[in-house]
Design a protein around this ligand. Structure first.
Ligand code: ATP
Length: 396
């Protein structure tokens, strides 16, 4: 774990928040490469869970909501307020909305799911979907965790990718299985190895859940939860309907029935996904008789798809040609980087640690025949490729 944390700092993936003031427990900042990686993970999830589906609607709800949402969801009652009882810790971050006598207590959301339930009626009224259908969102969640630990594994501010998939009560098992398969395939897509599924026993399940599977991962500090898949029944919609006095029933035009749908929830933490991706990708080996460290990231999520180098920094004709190749590629593949720092060995080491799948070098032969070398991150092997074929070569 120490090695991964230090690589993240050294190469600009993740920094402690407010570091110049000694940090702040449970909060982290993402640097350029960390931010790119995070974005790529989110884009991939969105594509797989939302865009590629016919019946999923993506939303972006506000982080601070009417506090009645948290009363109906059970969060306010579930965690007693320490200021009032002095006993339990309140897991939600309290804030006050408005000023002076108008000020009202509210909370930063501890999960994105409730923003989805609160918009169920809007989705029905605007898009008239037929069951089954889903509502998805990616966004920040905040928990006043008692003991933030293990780098970004448990923090107080993190991001979630959540989907609520609404079904008829009798159909829940079928859709539970299909989302379970989808989560396994997402693990493969992002390059997370060794995911274990744990059937959560009744006594350990959240109050609203009739079945939960925890997807667990072997972190360097031990086995821990990566994602969760829960059958939340109709608990949330039923409570919101009762508490808001707004009818949240679904009307089935074919059968004429009215009922509150049940829901299957795949819930994935973005930061934990990123941690599992880093742990899976971190590799130490020996190349050309030298020890090296590299991130074996999948091409579809690597923060830099390829780096372009002039063989020598002090040969203007090589630098000009390298800049030309870089500009040409960047138009098609934005995550291309130009690098002329230090000698070529240093550049390879840096790009290996960032997880860049390909390094492209412009050398003297390039000036004669318009070919460049492409070095493969994992094998260290180089092959000559025509510049005109390069963008196809790099596509994935
Ligand atoms: P844990 O048991 O580890 O506290 P949880 O069961 O409370 O997690 P959920 O409420 O199911 O977690 O949240 C869904 C997902 O959000 C988790 O699977 C995880 O990926 C992520 N997550 C939850 N809490 C945190 C946290 N404090 N820091 C980072 N990610 C988190």
């Amino acid at each position: 774990m120490e090695k991964i944390i230090s690589l993240c700092k050294r190469r600009g993936f993740i920094f402690p928040s407010s570091e110049i003031y000694g940090g702040f427990a449970g909060f982290w900042d993402y640097g350029h490469y960390g931010n790119e990686l995070l974005d790529n993970i989110k884009k991939l999830w969105w594509r797989q869970f939302v865009s590629n589906q016919e019946d999923i609607y993506g939303i972006r709800a506000s982080i601070i909501m009417n506090p009645r949402v948290w009363e109906a969801s059970g969060h306010v009652a579930g965690f007693a307020d320490p200021l009032l009882t002095g006993e339990k810790f309140n897991v939600m971050f309290r804030t006050s909305v408005g000023v002076g006598e108008e000020a009202k207590v509210s909370y930063l959301r501890p999960e994105t799911a409730q923003g989805i339930f609160a918009n169920f009626k809007n989705v029905i009224d605007s898009y008239h979907p037929n069951l089954p259908f889903g509502i998805a969102q990616i966004g920040k969640a905040f928990r006043n965790e008692i003991s933030p630990r293990d780098f970004i594994f448990r923090s107080r501010e993190f991001e979630q990718m959540e989907l609520e998939y609404f079904v008829r009560a009798g159909d829940w098992e079928k859709y539970f299985e299909s989302w379970r398969e989808m989560m396994k395939s997402f693990a493969k897509e992002v390059g997370i190895e060794k995911v274990h599924e744990l059937e959560v026993p009744t006594e350990d399940r959240a109050h609203y859940s009739k079945r939960t599977i925890d997807f667990q991962f072997d972190y360097p500090f031990g086995k821990g939860e990566l994602w969760g898949l829960a059958y939340r029944t109709d608990f949330d919609l039923r409570n919101h309907s009762a508490s808001s006095n707004v009818d949240l029933e679904y009307f089935d035009e074919e059968s004429g029935e009215r009922f509150i749908p049940h829901v299957i929830e795949p819930s994935l933490g973005v930061d934990r996904t990123l941690l599992a991706v880093l742990v899976s990708a971190y590799t130490e080996d020996e190349l050309g008789g030298e020890k090296r460290v590299y991130l074996k990231l999948n091409k579809n999520i690597a923060p830099v798809r390829a780096a372009v180098f002039p063989l020598l920094k002090n040969k203007p004709e090589l630098v000009t040609k390298a800049r030309e190749v870089y500009q040409m590629l960047k138009k098609e593949i934005p995550s291309i980087e130009f690098d002329d720092n230090g000698n070529i060995g240093k550049r390879y080491r840096r790009q290996d640690e960032i997880g860049t799948p390909s390094c492209i070098t412009i050398d003297f032969q390039t000036l004669e025949d318009d070919t460049i070398t492409v070095r493969d991150r994992d094998s260290g092997e180089q092959e000559r490729v025509k510049i005109s074929e390069l963008s196809n070569f790099l596509k994935f």
